[in-house]
Write a protein that binds this ligand. Structure first.
Ligand code: NAD
Length: 290
């Protein structure tokens, strides 16, 4: 039986995201009052996947709410890699565009790596260019970093979660979440263990975690008795189970055990989009000298 003696804070990622967006909006409006143009994000969508289309709309809406421009480039699912690279190249050379995001997944015929590598690193707001990712790996300063991991780090900071010397366990090793968040936690002097589908006795590894990040996409993988009392639990996963969105963590079970837990709604998700806006503003500042 899990020990249930802890007051657990359910992280309000939406409220935190709104606070940060308010600050971003104030900065954008100051630039406008100085007669400067608005920061601009370009989103590229290849194909007509409804989930991707809805993510793109969400990103555009978020941009306009903080006073940023958003332009969209739509290509058919049949587009060749060359055609996608041409669109990226045009956006690289468009001086009015500060950030470029190519929505994943891409059709099989288009290499996500080649597309990311074609983005001007100065405009790489999704932080998937080898230079941006490599800077994080090598511990070099970088204005742009992966959005979901940045959001996770902001949540940990907001809740005063100590990283120095802490045991951090990250489940999932994707390029957009697992790998970059593990590097950021290392930079915060945590001792990081990366787990994945071949990890043996995942439950025992998770039981050691002072900070547990689940970025898997397996509904309620992390059960109450996987959680160390007092751990900070970050649930990144989102799965659709019979039309209902479910996270990687049994949030109910975590109550009374974890110190903080992010809910699968209003948790990490709003912070991810907020960090995309943050990156776009950072790219704008760096490019325009604002
Ligand atoms: P992914 O889907 O590319 O890969 C999943 C990872 O989980 C792999 O590294 C795999 O090894 C690992 N894995 C799979 N099954 C496992 C198991 N049974 N035990 C341990 N590890 C296992 O990863 P991703 O793109 O980071 O997405 C992960 C989840 O996070 C998805 O549900 C995705 O929708 C969600 N996500 C949410 C946000 C957000 O902002 N809320 C952002 C990105 C991803």
């Amino acid at each position: 039986m899990a020990d249930k003696a802890q007051q657990t804070i359910v992280v309000d990622g939406l409220a935190l995201a709104q606070d940060i967006r308010k600050q971003l909006a104030e900065e954008v409006s100051q630039y406008a009052s100085q007669g400067r143009r608005a920061p601009c994000l370009a989103v590229v969508l290849v194909g007509d996947d409804p989930a991707s289309a809805s993510y793109i709309k969400g990103k555009q809406r978020a941009c306009s709410r903080v006073g940023m421009e958003a332009i969209e480039k739509l290509l058919p699912a049949t587009a060749s890699e060359q055609e996608v690279l041409q669109v990226v190249n045009d956006l690289n050379h468009n001086d009015a565009v500060d950030g470029i995001l190519v929505q994943l997944p891409l059709p099989k015929a288009v290499s996500a790596y080649n597309v990311a590598a074609a983005i001007d690193p100065e405009k790489d707001v999704d932080a998937l260019h080898p230079t941006t990712a490599g800077r994080l790996l090598l511990g070099e300063a970088t204005e742009l970093a992966a959005c979901t991991p940045l959001g996770i780090m902001a949540i940990l900071k907001h809740h005063g979660i100590e990283q120095e010397g802490a045991n951090a366990v990250v489940i999932g090793r994707s390029n957009i979440v697992g790998k970059p968040v593990s590097l950021m936690l290392q930079r915060g002097n945590a001792t990081v263990t990366m787990c994945h589908s071949r990890t043996r006795d995942l439950q025992s590894v998770c039981r050691q975690a002072d900070i547990l990040v689940a970025a898997v996409g397996v509904p309620r993988l992390v059960q109450a008795d996987w959680i160390k009392p007092g751990a900070a639990v970050i649930d990144v996963g989102v799965s659709n189970v019979d039309g209902v969105l479910v996270g990687d963590v049994d949030t109910e079970g975590a109550m009374g055990i974890a110190s903080i837990v992010t809910p699968h709604r209003r948790g990490v998700g709003p912070m991810t989009i907020t960090m995309l806006l943050r990156n776009t503003l950072a790219a704008y500042r760096a490019r325009t000298g604002a």
